[in-house]
Ligand binder design. Structure first.
Ligand code: ZN
Length: 243
């Protein structure tokens, strides 16, 4: 096999940036989505993008560099004075520390000297690699302000679910998830995803080509999730408790 042939499934940097900036032509996008390896890579990219954006919007919070140093006891005395009460009282920062702990082992040592954005970008790249070799890890713990996450596996399918807060909304939450089949994202654009409570549909999900779906505006309660696949199979998750 020539090396050209071997690499033909890898997403090129040009495709990557065109996709993320939305400048990919419709036929190019179709071609990309029809290639399951490229589709998987794009799914990873979207996760990384979500991670970066989520962090970037917290202007008042400590940067990942500060959180990492705080958590490892390497923060200067002066910075500790500035940040300690914020970090100890801020759920965002607490959550961020938990998330950073998961990627710290593989990324912290090599990115310590860079800016916080570099740190995250390096972490993101390392994270993609980590996910590639162990995709059954609950990837969605890295998205948004997660209050709880679960992962399930049945036959060739893996599902990750996460309850996520809606910014500025106290009463409702959203449920996000990703469906994989043999470690590749399942195209959910034509798949019906319904959430039931006491045999009634309370929310209909929207899925994307990267196996990700979300169900919005949920109140606390007990639910059953039905995912109707094109092959006439249904995936059903019973007793999802949202508090
Ligand atoms: Zn904070």
């Amino acid at each position: 096999m020539s090396s050209d042939e071997k690499d033909k499934n890898a997403l090129t940097e040009k495709e990557m940036s065109a996709f993320m900036s939305g400048s990919l032509a419709a036929d190019e996008q179709d071609a990309l989505l029809n290639d399951e390896h490229k589709r998987a890579e794009v799914a990873d990219l979207i996760l990384m993008d979500a991670l970066l954006q989520e962090t970037a919007v917290r202007f008042n919070c400590a940067s990942p560099d500060i959180l990492l140093n705080f958590e490892t006891g390497m923060l200067s005395t002066e910075d500790t004075k500035t940040w300690v009460s914020h970090i100890e009282n801020c759920t965002h920062c607490q959550q961020e520390i938990k998330q950073l702990q998961q990627i710290e082992d593989i990324s912290f040592t090599q990115s310590k000297t860079g800016s916080w954005l570099d740190t995250l970008q390096v972490a993101g790249r390392e994270l993609l690699w980590a996910l590639e070799i162990s995709i059954s890890q609950p990837q969605l713990v890295l998205r948004g302000e997660i209050t709880k996450s679960w992962s399930y596996a049945v036959g060739p399918y893996q599902i990750v679910l996460a309850v996520e807060a809606i910014p500025g909304e106290d009463e409702y939450v959203q449920l996000e998830g990703q469906l994989l089949q043999e470690e590749m994202p399942v195209d959910l654009t034509a798949v019906s995803i319904n959430l039931y409570s006491k045999n009634e549909i309370v929310a209909e999900g929207k899925g994307d080509p990267f196996g990700m779906f979300s169900l919005n505006m949920l109140k606390p309660g007990q639910f059953t999730l039905h995912i109707q696949l094109p092959n006439n199979k249904s995936l059903i998750i019973e007793t999802i408790h949202i508090k």
